[in-house]
Design a protein around this ligand. Structure first.
Ligand code: ADP
Ligand code: MG
Length: 218
């Protein structure tokens, strides 16, 4: 039997986003929200903490990216958004996607900080300033230890693929990074699975989080 039930529609225009942001999403071909976006963005835009479980390819980057960019003040040149990813490859992907999402304004600077890259140019870029940092736990922790990064203005902290980061032994680095951020901030944790370590991280780093679980890809 053919299923004739229409799938629910969640246009981005349902969200109270800036017109320029909506126009850019439209230009990117993003019209309907994916399931994880429809379930997480309303709470994330309200400033709630979030623990979201969803598979690869479900559109998690825009789920946190839109919320982060919505809160960001482009005329305040300080790190307001921080995204921690398990690998350099993922950090590059997230940076690229955030740059696309940020095209509605010219002024947002995004810096990627991963290991395996010379320290000095990263320090120079940090001195120059940026609005968003995307990076891997070890390198961000390294900058904190050298006092070459200032995370006091972070208002949105994202732990992307948190289960992989914990599997790779990054829990302590994440702890160090979180304690360098203000305690009054929004924290968004994304994970494909929900093992005990992630439960522990959630209890430790998140405040009264909204819990979301998406089974299907979209
Ligand atoms: P995840 O982090 O969940 O693995 P990504 O954020 O990398 O997924 O998104 C997967 C792909 O889907 C990317 O190519 C992204 O550009 C695209 N995408 C995300 N959201 C939408 C949307 N609402 N409409 C169309 N394409 C989207
Ligand atoms: Mg992703």
């Amino acid at each position: 039997m053919v299923n004739t039930t229409p799938s629910p529609s969640f246009p981005f225009s349902n969200l109270a986003l800036m017109p320029a942001m909506l126009a850019n999403l439209d230009a990117l071909g993003y019209r309907e929200m994916t399931t994880i976006q429809a379930e997480s963005l309303p709470a994330a835009l309200e400033g709630r903490d979030l623990i979201a479980q969803a598979k690869t390819g479900s559109g998690k980057t825009a789920a946190f990216g839109i919320a982060m960019l919505h809160r960001l003040n482009p005329s305040y040149f300080a790190i307001q958004g921080l995204v921690i990813c398990p690998t350099r490859e993922l950090a590059d992907q997230v940076s690229n996607e955030l740059r696309r999402l940020a095209r509605f304004t010219e002024n947002i600077k995004i810096l990627t900080l991963c290991g395996g890259t010379a320290m000095r140019p990263q320090i120079a870029s940090l001195e120059h300033g940026c609005h968003i940092v995307v990076g891997t736990p070890g390198r961000i922790r390294d900058h904190i230890g050298r006092d070459t990064i200032n995370l006091k203005a972070v208002q949105t902290l994202v732990l992307d693929e948190a289960d992989r980061m914990v599997d790779m032994g990054f829990y302590e680095d994440i702890e160090g990074i979180v304690s360098a951020c203000p305690s009054r901030r929004q924290t968004l944790l994304f994970s494909a699975t929900y093992p005990d370590d992630i439960r522990k991280a959630s209890a430790r780093f998140l405040h009264d989080p909204v819990e979301i679980k998406v089974e299907a890809q979209h």
